[in-house]
Design a protein around this ligand. Structure first.
Ligand code: DX5
Ligand code: ZN
Length: 218
């Protein structure tokens, strides 16, 4: 079963609760929340306060994507604010296993994100601990970028690795996902599809959620 995760990065920040409710009513399973620190990535977005403010407005699974250096400093704050899953970047974390363990100890689900160029072997030995692996299909930092097709074989390889070892980690993809690219990533084995501009940049975000799901399920 595919899950659609609209990214609020492309939503209207002045009317966030209404935007979130639109995609929730359309059946989106995850709400993807992009946190950027101006160091790991060039952009700055939002923090735990905004997650806390949104929490009473939605029952969706809050998928918090931390594009920040030394994420261990903020894990507790995001969990207390209402994150259901915390995803950290392997490239931003010196002691990745320690950081993954720290997230698990809070009771939240844990994901590790990999930039397009980062090989899968950086997570080889911790894969059994993970609930989710996020394969970036753009270089992180901004919404509305073009899908990088070179990541497709990586999705396929991770999917086989998970199956061969009887593991349960979900494969999430993020960046440039729309009704055209959704079938490609779904065929390669992605199960959680993040879409920002394709959902919130569309005239009807609810329709866009349906269109991406339909395209991916073909
Ligand atoms: C990019 C973010 C994405 C972003 C995707 O760094 O991690 O979640 O919102 O936006 P689109 O779907 O427009 O590529
Ligand atoms: Zn993201």
């Amino acid at each position: 079963m595919l899950k659609i995760a609209p990214s609020i990065l492309s939503a209207d920040f002045a009317h966030l609760a209404q935007s979130v409710q639109k995609v929730e009513q359309a059946g989106a399973e995850y709400l993807h929340i992009d946190v950027m620190d101006g160091h790991f990535v060039p952009n700055i977005t939002l923090g735990p306060l905004l997650v806390k403010a949104l929490r009473p407005h939605s029952k969706m699974f809050f998928d918090v994507h931390l594009m920040i250096e030394q994420p261990e400093r903020y894990i507790d704050d995001f969990v207390q604010a209402g994150a259901d899953l915390i995803c950290i970047h392997a490239e931003a974390c010196t002691h990745l296993h320690r950081c993954v363990t720290q997230i698990k100890e809070t009771g939240a689900k844990v994901g590790v994100a990999l930039n397009p160029h980062t090989p899968l072997n950086v997570i080889q030995y911790i894969l059994p601990l993970l609930d989710l692996v996020l394969l970036m299909t753009v270089n992180p930092g901004f919404g509305g970028q073009k899908f990088i097709p070179q990541v497709l074989p990586k999705i396929d390889e991770l999917s086989r690795l998970i199956k061969q070892n009887g593991l349960t980690a979900e494969i999430e993809v993020d960046g440039g996902i729309n009704a055209e690219t959704a079938p490609l990533v779904a065929r390669a084995g992605a199960r959680v599809l993040v879409a920002g501009s394709a959902v919130f940049g569309a005239p009807d975000p609810a329709q866009a959620v349906h269109d991406i799901r339909r395209a991916a399920e073909q």
